[in-house]
Design a protein around this ligand. Structure first.
Ligand code: ADP
Length: 262
């Protein structure tokens, strides 16, 4: 009938038989759409009250001054509203990125510019004693959506910095490989135990809540990365060892390589 969506799977069954499974996913898709709309709307609606709260908190902080017994609680309130704000921002970013069905991959992303931006961002984040190594080919351009790729790369870099103790090294590479172009971020940080790795890209999944809440994260970063990469026919590869460090990487397939920026 009208506008039904069927998911069809064909499997080889023995030597000469094929098995065809058709599933009506219309209702499932509708529910998924409702969930996305709901998240997007709620996030949007939360923005205004949070801005108002933050505004008044700032005024109160100025009025109370730093000697007041209220200054510590006010500071904590401010920190938490800032955290809520960044969660709302990330939820909106995630729903925008999830929603984008037809992605226009005809644009060429200027990697020289992007790498420079990523470098500056990383420097600003790694204010203390980190070693940042960038081993990137600035002429290796690809077709894609600049904003999405940048948000994927910068999420990976900021995670590497946030989950690596001071004194650590963060290495970022962007190079041609047999299957296409590979981006990687390697850190000498706390690492991730094997049982967590497959779940990291789930919304709100965090390995250690007590520890990560200190690092100011939302648990949405890698979900955003996953969606951004899937729009570019790519996926996140995570290799990690507890206490040694992690490498987060992805390969943009050859058919998206571009010769030059147009
Ligand atoms: P968060 O905002 O919590 O950083 P992410 O989705 O970016 O959310 O990451 C999910 C979880 O994956 C983090 O809470 C952290 O436990 C783990 N993680 C991500 N990157 C790293 C890394 N480079 N080293 C160790 N753990 C990491």
């Amino acid at each position: 009938s009208d506008n039904r969506t069927l998911e069809i799977r064909i499997m080889r069954y023995g030597d000469r038989q094929l098995l065809l499974i058709a599933r009506d996913v219309t209702r499932l898709n509708q529910l998924e759409g409702m969930r996305k709309d709901f998240v997007a709307n709620v996030s949007h609606e939360l923005k205004t009250p949070l801005t108002v709260l933050q505004g008044y908190l700032e005024i109160m902080q100025t009025m109370e001054g730093t000697d007041s017994p209220n200054s510590k609680p006010l500071e904590l309130m401010q920190q938490q509203t800032t955290r809520m704000q960044s969660m709302v921002e990330q939820l909106l970013a995630l729903s925008r990125i999830e929603d984008a069905d037809e992605i226009d991959l005809s644009q060429v992303v200027d990697m020289r510019v992007m790498i420079d931006v990523l470098k500056e961002e990383a420097k600003a984040l790694a204010l203390t004693d980190y070693t940042l190594v960038f081993d990137c080919d600035p002429e290796l351009n690809i077709h894609g959506v600049e904003l999405q790729l940048r948000s994927a790369c910068s999420n990976l870099i900021s995670n590497a910095i946030r989950y690596t103790p001071e004194g650590g090294t963060i290495t970022v590479t962007w190079n041609k490989v047999a299957q296409g172009a590979r981006f990687s971020v390697t850190d000498t940080g706390q690492g991730i135990a094997p049982q967590h790795i497959s779940r990291l890209t789930e919304r709100f999944y965090r390995v250690d809540n007590a520890r990560s809440s200190k690092t100011g994260g939302t648990g949405l970063g890698l979900a955003i990365v996953k969606h951004a990469l899937s729009h570019h026919h790519s996926e996140l590869i995570i290799v990690s060892e507890v206490g040694v460090g992690s490498t987060f990487s992805f390969i943009i397939p050859s058919h998206l390589l571009a010769d030059e920026v147009t």
